[in-house]
Write a protein that binds this ligand. Structure first.
Ligand SMILES: *[C@@H]1O[C@H](CO)[C@@H](O)[C@H](O)[C@H]1NC(C)=O
Ligand SMILES: *[C@@H]1O[C@H](CO)[C@@H](O)[C@H](O)[C@H]1NC(C)=O
Ligand SMILES: [Zn+2]
Ligand SMILES: [Zn+2]
Length: 529
């Protein structure tokens, strides 16, 4: 018999009871459960574990009991989320967690385990880039004007990672409303006096941020033991919630639930959450309305078994398909608002919500019909402004209509560039609508309207500061330029004319439905030129 049925902790007093029946039917009781009998959590500790989602809420009418095992599991989960060894054992270090200052938002969404495929996800974003905020009031130690300044600084920490802009308003309803309140303040989540819960915030579309007015709020705090709670550190965290992020179990991240100072910058875990929420949502996909590609319409099913979804006709090919999550990519391009990923003879098509479109991967020869069979890899492809799709191979190109019908074949010299052996990347910049043709270390800029090469080209790839080369792909996505190489990608800042400082990041976990893995961290160190 399973030991989890052996020990019951009664909610009325939390006394562990062994009934005679259980004694006789349980052949073994684990050390863990015996420990809990001697060292059961207090009512407050059980409440804590319920409040933050580690223990399920039980309805009062049902048997008001948690098994020893479920409490031990909850303790282990809580330890693990906090970065402690998950022993399931309520040692002193663990008990300190119950007392620590922290955010009042749940760590684990108990009802939606399925959605927690990634640590840093997620509720939903605002679905827009321009967000308003309003500071309703301040607190004894921080006047409203100072709170406004600190909020503004805090919001700017997040803004670049979602391409967001924040505007303060002084009256009326703002998206994010900031106030100080104590105890019961009307939202069903009363504060608890000094200590423990110091603030909470609601995800979009609610967006409220509440700070516990019973804390001693400061403008900077020396360390965690200080009586003063640093407003800025807490505000940066709560802004994350107001933008849609959940708690992270990464201790160095801003979205870690326990109070930590100082907060200087976001961790890549926080950044990935933002990208997930704001750099990938709500892109209109023209392909979905295109008449003759109805086979590409997504189905909800595709996200469940994304990697090896295969067409009916490809029964035996499963093992040949590379794993999208663990590979380099020959190239990536945005075509008709969707992301096309090429690797070996395969192409995946992903919706703007990074779900693999049903039926993919397919062999690219089955998509680009008319491409010569000797072409066994697509390294360079781009979508022209007239909607045509051009595949380059060697010194030739093949041009397809928006309906994927071969229109013509030509030579790359028609782009007024020399007979280079091979282009690695071609893309149209949204900045100037020019076509960039990239070889290994050089690139040309072509004007499709006049069909002329711009003066002064080729130029060196080093002009794209902090972007490694040769690149495998470059795409425009939500008005930003991204470069891909191997398993990583860089976001290019057209204003600073350099790769954004937090890049590279791993391609698979950001762009494709791949889980975060320990391996991904090795991809995030910039050891490239
Ligand atoms: C601040 O405003 C909130 C929301 O209107 C209110 O509940 C709270 O009592 C106010 N706090 C103070 C300190 O005035
Ligand atoms: C680029 O072309 C698009 C579509 O023709 C147009 O809307 C946009 O204004 C152009 N951008 C620039 C910078 O010329
Ligand atoms: Zn929080
Ligand atoms: Zn509140």
């Amino acid at each position: 018999m399973d030991p989890r049925n052996c020990v019951l902790i009664s909610l009325l007093g939390y006394i562990v009871t062994f009934t005679n029946l259980l004694y006789t039917t349980c052949s073994a009781v684990s050390a863990k459960t015996i420990f809990l009998e001697e060292n059961a959590p207090t009512i407050e500790e059980v409440d804590f574990m319920k409040m933050y989602g580690y223990l399920p809420q039980v309805s009062l009418s049902e048997s008001e009991t948690y098994t020893g095992q479920s409490v031990a599991d909850a303790v282990a989960k809580m330890q693990s989320f906090a970065g402690l060894p998950p022993t399931g054992y309520l040692d002193d270090e663990t008990r300190k967690l119950f007392k620590r200052r922290r955010c009042g938002v749940k760590d684990i969404e108990t009802k939606s385990e399925v959605h927690r495929r990634k640590r840093y996800i997620l509720q939903q974003g605002w679905g827009k880039k321009a967000i308003t905020y309003r500071v309703i009031n301040g607190t004894g130690t921080l006047p409203k004007s100072r709170v406004e300044t600190l909020m503004s600084t805090g919001l700017e920490v997040w803004a670049p990672h979602g391409g967001l802009s924040f505007r303060r308003v002084d009256q009326g309803k703002a998206d994010i409303q900031v106030s100080f309140a104590s105890k019961d303040h009307g939202d069903g989540f009363p504060f608890d006096g000094p200590g423990h819960v110091v603030a909470h915030a609601f995800p979009p579309p609610h967006g409220a941020m509440h700070f516990d007015d019973d804390e001693l709020w400061g403008d900077g705090a020396a360390d965690d033991d200080d009586d003063v709670t640093d407003f800025f550190a807490v505000a940066v965290h709560e802004i994350g919630h107001a933008l849609g992020l959940s708690h992270s179990n990464v201790k160095a991240s801003v979205m870690y639930p326990y109070y930590q100072v100082p907060v200087e910058k976001l961790h890549e875990d926080d950044i990935m959450g933002m990208q997930e929420l704001y750099l990938k949502e709500d892109v209109h996909s023209p392909a979905a309305s295109s008449e003759d590609r109805t086979e590409s319409i997504e189905s909800g099913r595709s996200s469940l078994a994304p990697r090896f979804t295969k067409a009916e006709s490809e029964e035996d090919d499963e093992n040949d398909v590379p794993d999208l999550c663990y590979t380099n990519y020959d190239t990536i391009q945005v075509i008709q608002g969707r992301i096309y990923v090429f690797e070996e003879e395969w192409v995946w098509v992903l919706s703007e919500r990074k779900q693999i479109v049903e039926g993919y991967p397919k062999r690219f020869h089955d998509v680009f019909i008319g491409l010569p069979k000797y072409i066994n890899v697509i390294r360079t492809i781009y979508e022209k402004q007239n909607g045509h799709i051009v595949v380059f191979s060697g010194r030739s190109y093949w041009e397809f209509s928006a309906r994927f019908r071969l229109v013509k074949r030509g030579r790359i010299t028609e782009y007024k560039i020399p007979q280079v052996p091979e282009l690695t990347t071609v893309f149209i910049s949204n900045y100037n609508n020019k076509t960039y043709l990239i070889e290994y270390e050089r690139y040309w800029r072509f004007d499709e309207a006049t069909r002329t090469m711009d003066r002064g080209y080729p130029k060196e790839m080093s002009a794209w500061r902090n972007v490694p080369y040769p690149v495998d792909a470059a795409i425009i996505w939500k008005e930003d330029t991204y470069f891909f190489r191997g398993p990583r990608f860089w976001r290019f800042d057209n204003v600073q004319i350099r790769a954004h400082q937090y890049y590279p990041l791993p391609t698979a976990q950001i762009w494709f439905p791949c889980r975060a893995s320990p391996d991904m961290m090795q991809y995030t160190t910039n050891d490239e030129p």
